[in-house]
Design a protein around this ligand. Structure first.
Ligand SMILES: Cc1cc2nc3c(=O)[nH]c(=O)nc-3n(C[C@H](O)[C@H](O)[C@H](O)COP(=O)(O)OP(=O)(O)OC[C@H]3O[C@@H](n4cnc5c(N)ncnc54)[C@H](O)[C@@H]3O)c2cc1C
Length: 417
């Protein structure tokens, strides 16, 4: 007598969900895989959206998987389908449309949604965009040819991506951020200054300690009034104000949630046969020895592949130093491990070279290197990553800069005018 194949249900077809499905199929040819998502698209690369917005990548190149791939791999993908409720005792997801969906093992890979701008005039304002979904990127791409002036609010990576794309498109671009510099919790003033220099090199107008106070419609444009004196009439307004994790469906259930869905190092939630992966997973990180969330493509992809093995019966901890790499105008930025953003007590050492637009910040907890941020030259990045991963005791903190091969002449310089 044969046994029934295991039925896996995945909520969310982003990187975490799709790479989990792919791995499940590789490791178990007989299993059933159902994946639901409320968006209308097969997996697309959110990391490619900035290049699409910049106009250097065609729309078709943003997609990573098509429907044919899902059919070939017998992954039953149901788009424009929302998980409204999960009954963990009965092991049923209530999908809309579609009704009840039975599962043996469930993956929560629901990611996050962007926080909207809240100020007078923002509700339903035309030409005001967040930047998380393909549809938002398409809306901005359609508007850009009619635009001359753009305003961006947000002092983190999405704010940067919007600013860079608008400036690249030749728009007069105003970048507003509430803090005194970019990534204010992870970079110090020196790092903020290097980013300012790179932004100014790209022709961007910077407005620190400024936010949007109100928006008013004005002859097919938006009049933007700032909280600290800024004012302009813009054709396009983009905001990057962080994400709220999509955990509403699980609140008040036996699934433990905090900012995201809490898991252990195996990405198991507090409910049997339910795992979480990707942006939404607030997982126990064995490298930094704490719970945290990582909002990166590589983390979601690796989580997806890893969790599939555990969903099939393995019990392997997820061990990876979190990393985030991005362009930074005509340069690059790389964030590795834990910074003062997640661990305010971490002690930091800095080397900066304003002229070369290079910056290195190392984060230590006790005698361990736990994280680093590099802007500009990336030489030695891998070695630093290995050092973070090894958790080796470091006696001479300054010696880590040697790995990054900083020329000796370049030491901490005075802040330029
Ligand atoms: C513009 C942009 C640029 C980025 N740049 C970089 C970069 O340079 N480097 C980097 O590492 N990372 C970058 N990221 C972050 C990276 O793309 C994300 O961390 C990653 O894509 C998250 O994947 P995920 O599968 O965890 O979640 P998501 O991709 O968010 O997928 C979750 C899916 O679940 C759906 N969903 C949610 N709730 C439900 C429900 N109840 N029912 C059904 N479906 C639901 C959502 O609509 C979504 O489609 C960028 C992100 C953006 C938006």
């Amino acid at each position: 007598m044969g046994t029934n194949p295991t039925r896996f249900v995945i909520i969310g077809n982003g990187a975490a969900g799709t790479y989990c499905a792919e791995q499940l199929r590789k490791l178990d040819v007989a299993c059933e895989i159902v994946m639901i998502d409320d968006e209308p698209y097969t997996l697309y690369n959110r990391v490619s959206l900035p290049r699409y917005l910049r106009g250097v990548l065609l729309e078709q190149r943003v997609y990573v998987r098509d429907m044919e791939w899902h059919e070939k791999n017998r992954i039953d993908l149901r788009l424009e389908t929302t998980a409204r409720q999960v009954n963990f005792e009965e092991k049923v997801v209530h999908a809309d449309p579609g009704g009840d969906l039975r599962y043996d093992r469930l993956l929560i890979a629901t990611g996050g949604r962007p926080n909207p701008l809240r100020c007078p005039g923002a509700d339903g304002a035309p030409y005001l965009f967040n930047f998380q979904y393909f549809d938002e990127a398409k809306g901005m791409v359609a508007r850009i040819p009619e635009s001359k002036v753009a305003v961006v609010l947000g002092g983190s990576f999405i704010g940067y991506e919007l600013t860079e794309a608008f400036a690249h498109r030749g728009l007069e671009t105003h970048w507003l951020m509430r803090g005194p510099w970019f990534l204010r919790r992870a970079l110090d003033k020196d790092g903020g200054e290097v980013v300012s220099l790179l932004a100014k090199d790209a022709g961007v107008h910077l407005h620190y300690e400024e936010a949007i106070d109100k928006l008013e419609r004005s002859n097919g444009q938006l009049r933007v009034t700032g909280t600290a004196g800024f004012s302009t009439t813009a054709d396009l307004v983009g905001v990057g104000l962080g994400l709220t994790m999509n955990i509403d469906v699980f609140q008040g259930t036996a699934i433990e949630t905090n900012v995201g869905v809490r898991t252990n190092e195996f990405l198991e939630t507090t409910v049997a046969d339910v795992w979480a992966a990707g942006d939404v997973a607030e997982f126990y990180d064995v490298v930094s020895q704490r719970h945290h969330r990582m909002g990166t493509w590589d983390n979601s992809l690796n989580h997806g592949r890893h969790v599939a093995k555990n969903m099939l019966g393995a019990k392997e901890p997820y061990v990876e130093v979190p990393t985030y790499a991005s362009g930074m105008f005509n340069s690059n930025i790389s964030v590795m491990g834990v910074t003062t953003e997640e661990e305010p007590d971490a002690e930091a050492l800095v080397e900066v070279d304003y002229e070369g637009r290079n910056y290195k910040r190392l984060f230590f907890l006790g005698d361990k290197l736990v994280g680093a941020i590099l802007i500009g030259k990336m030489k030695g990045r891998k070695k630093v990553l290995e050092l973070i991963s090894s958790r080796a005791a470091i006696e001479d903190r300054q010696s880590v800069f040697g790995l990054l091969a900083m020329p000796e002449a370049v030491t901490k310089a005075a802040t330029p005018e």
